[in-house]
Design a protein around this ligand. Structure first.
Ligand code: C5P
Length: 212
């Protein structure tokens, strides 16, 4: 059983997905954390971020560990390291390569097949779990998304906005697993909305559609 929450950077996916998972007693899966972990491993190992084959091999060799608040890579807690701006930028580069996406999608499906998940990302509803019982596509204005990220990270809004544009652009333009709503996705614009209201709306949708 999967509830898919996709959308661009800063649309509120993580907070909403966590809130929905808590409300329904589902497990939360942050697929972006997996691409970020690969980016971190690649930067540390000095891998070429344009070499899809090599990065695909690296992705297949990663040992992830997730719990509600922590992301582990080979046993190390990398929850904070994967949020660094240079890792964020590298994540959007490594994620364009088909061998990387194939490895990540296979891992995500393995996890999801064994439980009740709220999974967030870019391609959950379109590629990872096309038969998800509910698909939500979260959006918000570009300015609000950048403001939210800047408030979280302490960076300047202008810097976040520029990096966000580049990332969204790359996510939308790539050939595989591109950022786009699944045809049957419910699109929710969270601009100006309180997170609790968005969570309540998604929970209501899940109950209406028999997904919970
Ligand atoms: O969601 P988050 O910002 O943590 O994702 C980091 C990057 O990982 C995104 O910019 C995107 O390029 C990539 N990603 C992806 N597919 C997903 C989740 C994230 O390509 N399902």
């Amino acid at each position: 059983m999967v509830i898919a929450i996709d959308g661009p950077a800063g649309a509120g996916k993580s907070t909403v997905a966590r809130g929905v998972a808590d409300a329904l007693g589902f497990t939360y899966l942050d697929s972006g954390a997996m691409y970020r972990s690969l980016a971190l491993a690649a930067l540390r190992a000095g891998l070429d971020l344009d070499d899809g084959e090599e990065l695909g091999r690296a992705a297949r060799g990663l040992e992830f560990g997730f719990d509600r608040t922590t992301v582990r890579l080979g046993g190390e807690d990398v929850s904070e390291a994967i949020r660094e701006p240079q890792v964020t930028a590298a994540a959007s580069r490594v994620s364009v390569h088909p061998p990387v996406r194939d490895a990540m999608v296979a891992l995500q499906r393995e996890l999801i097949d064994n439980g009740r998940y709220v999974a967030e990302g870019r391609d959950i509803g379109t590629v990872v779990s096309p038969r998800a019982s509910l698909k939500v596509f979260l959006t918000a204005s570009e300015a609000e998304r950048a403001r939210r990220r800047a408030a979280e990270s302490g960076e300047a809004v202008e810097a976040v906005l520029a990096a966000q544009r580049e990332r969204d652009d790359r996510d939308r333009r790539r050939e595989h697993g591109a950022l786009r709503p699944a045809p049957e996705a419910v699109e929710l614009d969270t601009t100006g909305l309180a997170i609790d209201d968005v969570v309540a709306r998604v929970v209501e949708l899940a109950r209406d559609q028999g997904a919970a």
